[in-house]
Design a protein around this ligand. Structure first.
Ligand code: NAD
Length: 293
């Protein structure tokens, strides 16, 4: 069992840290929210007073933060993780951020003898709560091996996908597929309803055929019922579409559908739906046809 420092106890981090504590790891966590710290204590972890306090004794540090500025603040800034932990410590950044920041963090960590992995996840809140996440890991193979006992507590599909930053590129690919499928399911609902066909019944058939997907399986009922509490917020998906488009530019490729989906997600945010679940892309698609669910 390891001493784990866990920074970022939000929608995802709270259940993840609780699973690690439940598996017998010695978890010290920190978040800006007092509520989040109380949940960690209730799950058997220790609420630290700041980042340094959470990670000072850690053998493994896990970060689960919103975006790259928060990772830079927590990991790279003076008094942050790299300033505090001992050489040899393993840092798994499980946030979804741009690949170049993951590479920069790995380089800065390497200079201090700290082993860094980018390990973003897919599976959403349900995946975090059920310890069934998919984890895509970039970094050195031996560091991946060393971190595997931690990842195995959190997820079911755990794959080393390449060097530093590769985990984030795989996550960007994941997010463009997820966004695209949400957009198309939204269009299917609008078409069915506008044609006078019951959308719930129609999507049930789709879910059992070639169009079937995890999104149709897990989200079709809540979408038809217009239940959009997050889950995964439109604001975070907007960030991820930006990461995907920047990665495409970096790789010199054109991703036209990703560009279109990114604009729909941006519209959702501009319409004031940033705090809703990303399935609220339905509201944007409905608006385009002058319809309201
Ligand atoms: P969240 O906003 O619920 O949680 C982030 C937490 O980080 C918050 O509790 C916040 O208080 C804390 N935080 C921010 N700055 C901090 C700082 N300087 N020090 C300490 N704590 C700080 O976000 P989330 O939904 O848990 O997502 C976290 C990451 O995981 C994001 O990168 C997101 O894109 C990714 N992700 C989310 C989901 C999902 O379904 N929610 C799924 C897969 C991946």
């Amino acid at each position: 069992m390891s001493k784990v420092g866990f920074i970022g106890l939000g929608v995802m981090g709270t259940p993840m840290a609780a699973h690690l504590a439940g598996a017998g790891h010695d978890v010290s966590g920190f978040d800006l929210s007092a509520d989040a710290l109380a949940k960690l204590t209730a799950a058997g972890g220790r609420a630290a007073s700041d980042v340094a306090d959470a990670v000072a004794e850690a053998e493994v540090v896990v970060t689960m933060l919103p975006d790259h500025p928060q990772v830079e603040q927590v990991v790279l800034a003076a008094g942050g993780v790299l300033d505090v932990v001992k050489p040899g410590t393993l840092l798994a950044d499980m946030s979804t951020i741009r690949p170049e920041t993951s590479i920069a963090v790995a380089k800065a960590g390497g200079a201090k003898g700290i082993r860094v992995l980018d390990a973003p996840v897919s599976g959403g809140q349900a995946g975090a709560e059920q310890a069934a996440l998919s984890i895509m890991v970039g970094g050195e193979a031996e560091d991946f091996e060393a971190a595997s006992p931690i990842f195995e507590v959190l997820g079911k599909t755990i794959v080393h996908v390449g060097p530093h930053g590769a985990g984030q590129v795989v996550k960007a690919a994941n997010q463009l597929v997820v966004g695209g499928i949400y957009g198309l399911v939204a269009e299917a609902i609008v078409l069915l309803e506008a044609s006078g066909v019951d959308a719930g019944t129609g999507l049930e058939v789709l879910a059992g055929g070639l169009a079937g997907s995890r999104i149709l399986e897990l989200k079709r009922k809540s979408m038809v019922a217009r239940q959009f509490q997050p889950g995964f917020r439109i604001d975070l998906h907007h960030k991820d579409m930006g990461i995907a488009l920047a990665a495409a530019r970096q790789a010199d490729v054109a991703l036209p559908l990703t560009g279109l989906v990114a604009q729909l997600v941006a519209a959702g945010r501009a319409m004031g739906h940033g705090s809703l679940d990303h399935s609220a892309l339905l509201k944007v698609v409905e608006e385009l046809s002058g319809r309201e669910g």
